[in-house]
Write a protein that binds this ligand. Sequence first.
Ligand SMILES: [Zn+2]
Length: 341
Amino acid sequence: MAIDDKQAWAAVMRRDRAFDGQFVTGVLSTGIYCRPSCAARHPARANVRFFADGAQARLAGLRACRRCLPDDVARDEAAVRAAIDAIRSGESPTLEELGAITGYSPTHFSRVFKRTTGLSPAAYARALKEERVRDALSGSERVTDAIYDAGYEAPSRFYAAMEGKMGMSPSAWKNGGRGVTIRWAVVETTLGEMLVAATDKGVCRLSFNEGEAELRARFPEAELAQGGADFSALLGQVIDAVETPGTGQDIPLDVAGTAFQEACWKALRQIPPGETRSYSEIAAAAGNPRAVRAAGTANGANNVAVLIPCHRVIRSDGAIGGYAYGTQIKEELLRREGEPG
Ligand SMILES: [Zn+2]
């Protein structure tokens, strides 16, 4: 197999789902074999032998783990793909119908779907609807038409579904932030000049070496203002978070993207400081392992550097990769996070 034992063991230690189907972990002391991501307690390294697949492990006298069902990886993937196709076709299948389509029991299928996409089938369908509304909103239709077109019964249902997800209301977002006040400041940090901007919902832009012109270009219709007691308090928290790696998880953010982009940003926030991921791992964590390029785009569309830690994504060959504000800042952030705390 193309993966060496060291890489395989590292994948097992972080229960990396991206490696499911690429090899199985044989545990000689218990006589079973598992997916790399098996949730069971990790075996001692000395008891582990890696096999290319379940058939090889069975030849060595091992049997499949009943918890992670290592022989079902391909079947699970096909089932999730079939379910996503059914949901995307717009027919709102029930969990029972999805079970029937995929040949799994509804509860088991729900578990498999969630393990793969990070969302329940119903939450996935909702996110898809929201994404379609946003696509329509960026066109020229009236907002209400766009909402009906995307399958919501009434605009009030749409706003209820969006509550807490998208800081700006759909009209404001469509209009470049019209009706929204953005407070902002440029401060000196150890990483250089940092721009911080926030609505009353949370931080909407954190960048380096930018000023009012760049902010204006991003939110052309918003009212830009400086100062304010609430903003000063938030700014203090943001500066602390940037200077002290691994803090700032509680700082509110006001960001809006497609459902997939938001899933990517959520996956980025789950990378522990001191660790990195590849674009394909982010794509898998966001629910679409094949959307590697879209995960790269989502990374680039991140408005809030550091707090959404897009700097923790590196190339799959281990090279550091690019960064919107230059690789020097990225290297420095990773260096600080890698220091024992
Ligand atoms: Zn297992």
